[in-house]
Write a new protein. Sequence first.
Length: 294
Amino acid sequence: MENGHHAVRQLRYSPAVGSPHGVEVLDFAALRSMDTHRRRVLPQRPDFHVLALIASGTGAHEADFHTHRLAEGSAVWIRPGMVHRWSAIDACDGPLILFRPDFLPGFSTAEATTPACWHLDQQRLGLALLAAEHLGREHDTAARTPHLASPALLSHLLAALILRTLPDAPARTDAAPAGNRSADVFRAYQAAVEEHFTDWHHVADYARALGYDVRTLTRATRAATGTGAKTFLDQRILLEAKRLLAHTDLPVAGCARRLGFRDAGNFTTFFRRQTATPPAAWRTAYGPAGTRQA
């Protein structure tokens, strides 16, 4: 994003030497040692996933205007494009798994419906930490002994870790049987929304492009997320609007143009309908002087 009152640092996936295959396993101690200038406390926007487990300690994390208190058993899933910051993790310990979006396809519904932070009970935390340890051991083996490396094994171990960590796991996942047409339809719609939400504001646009009717997209989206296709699209546009207002100096009219609205008036109407607050007032509340909590 452009520099503004909260300059957002764009983070590209750049694994450490010896971290092959699109996944990297480290921990909070390693994160702190690599970040001596404490840039982690500033807003950042990665183009990769970060899955973190709090094995011990307490702290805080912010993701897209929500503040989360961290304690033993907390799980954090930062998805590509989220604006987040580790606001207090000096006392936290536990694993962090970084991975590229294309490393583990098939979890689109989990991404769309899982919060950025949730809590695991003691038994589930122990099992998740064991899964993370197994992944870490195989990752280290792949780095030290390349001829034993297996991208497929790493991918399966990461999938197992996510399934063990997700709320209500292992039942929740859209890594569903190949014949699950509804999940396939939603994955196609979700990908199209991510690519075109700044230009296409009507579900009918996506229906035409994908070869489905609007009712099919609505049913598939409701099955995956609990909301209709129009609500899903509007929420994606709204989230980006909030990010632009909070983290850039773009005027309201500039935000409107960036998001594909004809003019500032249409954008303001949309924003007020979604939040009951005008864009300028929301920026005042959630900008530098605001609480930045939802």
